[in-house]
Design a protein around this ligand. Sequence first.
Ligand SMILES: [Fe+2]
Length: 297
Amino acid sequence: MRIRCGKSQANSEVQMHCIPHTPPSQHAPNWLPKPRFQAFSSLATTISPLAGYPDYLLVDVALPGPPSSLVFLSDLHWNGRELPRFQRLANAIRNLEPDWLVFGGDACVFMDTVPGALEWLASLTAKRGRIAVLGNREAQIPWLDHDFWKDLYQRIGWTCLFNEVLDTGDGPLFFGTEDARYGHPDWNPVQQFFAISGTRPVISISHNPDTAADQPTSTFLGNLILCGHTHGGQFNFPILGPLYTSSRYGRQFYHGWAEREDGTLMLTSSGIGESGFGFLHHRLHCPPEIVRIQFHS
Ligand SMILES: [Fe+2]
């Protein structure tokens, strides 16, 4: 696997709401203390805010598989503001011309921001398919069931997965989980695809990294798990790190790479939107980012 941290455009402003936080209480011993791939998080967090936040950091990942490309973004937290930044971001994503576009959830802040969030997602393009999972922001609305969200995403040309596998034929195989906090994640549907994981990439999408961290090593999680939710800490002090991470595992999976003892990789992105109130409604030493995976035979 090859990782390269890309550059981005300069000057953007950032903001947003707050997610209920559970203090860290767990540690997953079956994940290695030092994953092989650290470049992403360390580079991302050393960008100086004095130089102006970038619209995004582009993280490039190379994986074995039938030649194609995938762009992953998460945590839009659409609030109807910052339109110029999100317009630039949409343009940048379209210019990457990915085969697959994957969204990791938390599209909106509240229900009334769902239409704007979906309009923005609809404006993004991919050559072969667009796949999403729900975040806690959507999953916590108790009167909206899976059919509602599936239909909504289908209307804008996206496929929303709830503990389901999407077999793309000759491309990657995608598995999307329900949200850890307000859903019922179930990894059983992807177990049968362990046998093909050596020949075709199996990419799992889980809004919250806790969903994967909760599993024993005997559970197949795919070749790579793409997560968001934690916003990379969002408000990170130099040296000291984040104020909190919104993960039951504290800082174990809050940003960047994690590697399980069997070689399974998990990438937790800082996402593109923000949450929080007042002065915490910003990013500090934690630029927004998108991930591009390029499969090579
Ligand atoms: Fe989020």
